[in-house]
Design a protein around this ligand. Structure first.
Ligand code: URA
Length: 462
């Protein structure tokens, strides 16, 4: 009888195989992922494999195997007892992106559960958890049992990853951050989806950013990532759709922590976006579109457009705001701070930046603006650093707005006076004016569903 036991695997052989352009099978990927989660493979070996994967790329089968192995590397959440479909949204990072505070209550108010496991600010992008923690008492670190209790009660909960959920991603992401191997579509796909799939979702809506503030700077890379994530999540049994959305300027007016929450709550309170330079119509529109898809995929609307209409109703009748406040209270937060949100804002130092030219706001380098926000004290450079809840930037004119010289362009809130100069300087270099209006950008571009994502991946040579 031939011996059917496969030979034992050695990490160095798998690094060599990838380095030389080979393709690892599911067993080999599972071996590396388990070794990462248990910390039995040394960080230098994992880093070498990550760099080989970054340089050589990963096949679709490798990406699928990595996603599933990472998903299964720790504990998981099951929404089965909620008695409703569970749908989440994930966006690939941006500046001023506070849609989670709108889509979670809008969707939950329409009868779909929203178990949202979110992240923190890193680099030029903001983090949902840091924003929520600017509410006194709000707890983001819930156990899975507490997470389920909040979901039962309110229909939505926004929490941090538990230490035991997808441990392989925690180890690999930290190494990627330190070895310049973050910007790989395959590694990003596996990292994001492993966490979303570990939450046992019925469906997922992905908001993939494109434009000057996007994580991947080239439009075709964002497109590829969107198609890749849809096809990978669908192959794992989760209905998924991805929307390519504009990040060529910050979303809405505020970028920071508390100031972003205020902006979202004002919209939930029905304060409609104003016309003109201070309109934050884009934020409301994108939130309604994303919620529309979530409500549709959650079985509460026949089409995404019907979902949009349902979301508008619960916005208008105040039930979405009620849901948001219920969730905050259930997680220990003090909602009385929203009685007078401006009075609850205690920035250390403030500077109004006037427009230095007259003309149309033509171009915004949104990544640079994200760094300006980070330098106010609102963001962090390294994981674990504290953030200032009151710091950030409020923009008074958006792309396409006409401004007179001297008219307020932005207000910068910093931790202290000494921290104003750098963000103001970055801001002044990140915005360009023109004599004629710039071309309008589409807020929501291409939409990928399973069929279109699979076709795109078949037809696209990378
Ligand atoms: N966010 C993640 O969770 N993982 C990545 O790789 C990139 C962004």
């Amino acid at each position: 009888m031939p011996n059917s036991t496969p030979p034992p695997l050695r990490t160095v052989d798998l690094i060599r195989k990838k380095r030389d352009g080979g393709t690892l099978d599911a067993r080999e990927i599972g071996f590396l992922t388990a070794g990462a989660a248990s910390e039995s493979i040394r960080p230098e070996q994992l880093s070498a494999w990550l760099m080989a994967a970054w340089l050589r790329g990963l096949s679709l089968d490798e990406i699928r195997a990595l996603t599933l192995a990472m998903r299964d590397s720790g504990e998981k959440f099951s929404p089965a007892r909620l008695g409703r479909k569970a749908v989440d949204k994930h966006s690939t990072g941006g500046v001023g992106d506070k849609t989670s505070f709108l889509v979670a209550p809008l969707t939950a108010a329409c009868g779909v559960a929203v178990p949202m496991i979110s992240g923190r600010s890193l680099g030029h992008t903001g983090g949902t958890l840091d924003k929520l923690e600017s509410i006194p008492g709000y707890r983001t670190a819930l156990t899975l049992q507490e997470f389920e209790e909040v979901l039962q009660k309110c229909g939505a909960s926004i929490v941090s990853q538990t230490p035991r959920l997808v441990p392989a991603d925690r180890i690999l992401y930290d190494l990627r951050d330190r070895t310049a191997t973050v910007e790989s579509p395959g590694l990003i796909c596996a990292s994001i989806l492993s966490k979303k799939l570990a939450a046992g979702l019925d469906a997922l809506v992905l908001d993939v950013k494109t434009g000057s503030g996007a994580f991947l700077r080239k439009h075709e890379d964002s497109e590829y990532l969107a198609a890749l994530m849809v096809a990978t999540a669908e192959a794992a049994g989760t209905r998924t759709v991805a929307l390519l959305t504009d990040m060529s300027q910050p979303l809405g007016l505020a970028a920071g922590n508390w100031i972003e929450l205020i902006e979202a709550v004002e919209l939930l309170r029905g304060k409609r976006p104003v016309e003109g330079p201070e309109s934050n119509e884009d934020l409301l529109e994108l939130s309604l579109v994303l919620a529309g898809w979530m409500i549709h995929l959650g079985g509460q609307a026949a089409t995404p457009d019907d979902g949009y209409t349902r979301a508008e109703v619960v916005l208008r009748d105040g039930s979405a705001l009620k849901k948001f406040f219920e969730m905050i209270t259930a997680q220990g937060g003090d909602i009385s701070v929203f009685d007078n949100p401006v009075a609850s804002h205690h920035a250390g130092a403030t500077e109004v930046v006037p427009a230095w030219e007259r003309g149309f706001v033509a171009k915004m380098d949104t990544t640079a603006l994200g760094w300006a926000v980070q330098r106010t004290g609102a963001g962090r450079e390294k994981p674990g650093e504290p953030v200032d809840p009151d710091a950030g930037i409020v923009f008074h004119a958006r792309r396409g707005a006409y401004v007179e010289k001297g008219q307020p362009l932005a207000t910068v809130y910093a931790t202290d006076k000494g921290m104003l100069a750098e963000p103001v300087d970055i801001l002044k270099r990140a915005i360009l004016f023109s004599k004629t209006p710039p071309d309008a950008m589409e807020l929501v571009g291409r939409i990928f569903t399973r069929e279109s994502a699979e076709k795109y991946l078949r037809d696209t040579v990378r």
